[in-house]
Design a protein around this ligand. Structure first.
Ligand SMILES: [Zn+2]
Length: 314
């Protein structure tokens, strides 16, 4: 029987396969999941466990692409509760803008994709799908590129417009006009990642590039053998990558590659020389070393989940 405010996924949301196995299942309204929700969402309302009663937090893994996904996923009513009430909607308003590390990453990424596209910056049309508070858009705009953002949250849309960032709707995307589409920590939240990627694929120019960056959930099956729901977000045992209600999909490189192939995208190999040509900020020592090693790490360590794709043009 369907449960109000939840929908059951009948197939893998990344590749469409019906072949899956259950890795974990526990009720939402009982420990350890209820305790996790209380500790993670400080603004959780009294109505939360009435809405979650009788629902199982279930994680399945696709036996074809290996994506791990939440089976019962929240409807729009519950998502609005989650993102506008239980999570502070202004969380992160200034965090990214103040964080020098994010700015540096965006600078490097922009230099890289402008070089890869081999076009003058003012001719490049970029889209940030899931733009949040628009910091990525502002950095890319600073390079002279034309920038648009996509977002569901009304306060974030209004904020972007106040910064002079163009806002596109879902139906505006598939017109083949974007040279670069960024999705940064977005796909783990989507109810229909494959359908979303199909839409974004239609938004690319024939030589366009699409970035997918997600947390790497390769270690989740091992952690679920002895799950520690009390582990804090950035600790070794953290299960945040499958956070109930929020991280509906946990990707690994194989799952991302399979999803991309389904919609006609192929990975782009980035020459190491181009990585190094795009590096900025060479001091002090610790960030400098991290900065210098990351391109090598991404090239030789295939477990990362940062990818650039381009359309397979037939
Ligand atoms: Zn799959």
């Amino acid at each position: 029987m369907p449960i109000e405010h939840f929908r059951s996924r009948e197939a893998c949301p990344g590749c469409g396969s019906p072949r899956r196995r259950t890795l974990y299942a526990q009720p939402y309204d009982q420990p350890p999941i209820s305790d996790y929700l209380r500790s993670f969402y400080k603004r959780l309302g009294d109505d939360a466990f009435t809405l979650l009663a009788g629902v199982s937090f279930t994680l399945d893994q696709c036996q074809d692409c290996s994506l791990i996904f939440q089976v019962e996923i929240p409807d729009n009513f519950l998502l609005k509760k989650l993102y506008e009430e239980w999570i502070d909607p202004h969380q992160g308003t200034t965090h990214h803008v103040k964080s020098f590390d994010f700015t540096r990453q965006y600078l490097q990424e922009t230099m890289l994709f402008v070089k890869l596209l081999d076009k003058p910056a003012p001719e490049i049309r970029a889209l940030d799908f899931g733009m949040g508070w628009g910091h990525w858009c502002k950095v890319v705009q600073g390079f002279g590129c034309q920038v648009w953002g996509y977002e569901l949250s009304q306060p974030q849309i209004e904020h972007a417009r106040s910064l002079g960032i163009g806002v596109v709707g879902w139906d505006d995307i598939p017109q083949g006009r974007f040279d670069f589409i960024s999705t940064e920590q977005v796909f783990e939240h989507l109810d229909e990642p494959l359908k979303t990627l199909q839409q974004l694929r239609r938004g690319l120019t024939p030589q366009g590039l699409l970035k997918i960056a997600t947390p790497n959930g390769s270690d989740i099956p091992g952690k679920l053998k002895c799950p520690d729901w009390k582990a804090t977000k950035y600790s070794h045992n953290s299960l945040n990558k499958v956070s109930p209600l929020e991280h509906l999909n946990s990707f690994n490189p194989r799952a991302i590659m399979a999803m991309a192939a389904k919609v006609g995208l192929e990975p782009v190999r980035i020459p190491l020389s181009l990585h190094y040509a795009s590096l900025v900020y060479w001091k002090p020592w610790k960030p400098m070393l991290k900065n210098a090693i990351l391109p090598l790490y991404r090239k030789f360590h295939p477990r990362g989940t940062y990818f650039l794709f381009r359309p397979i043009n037939t």
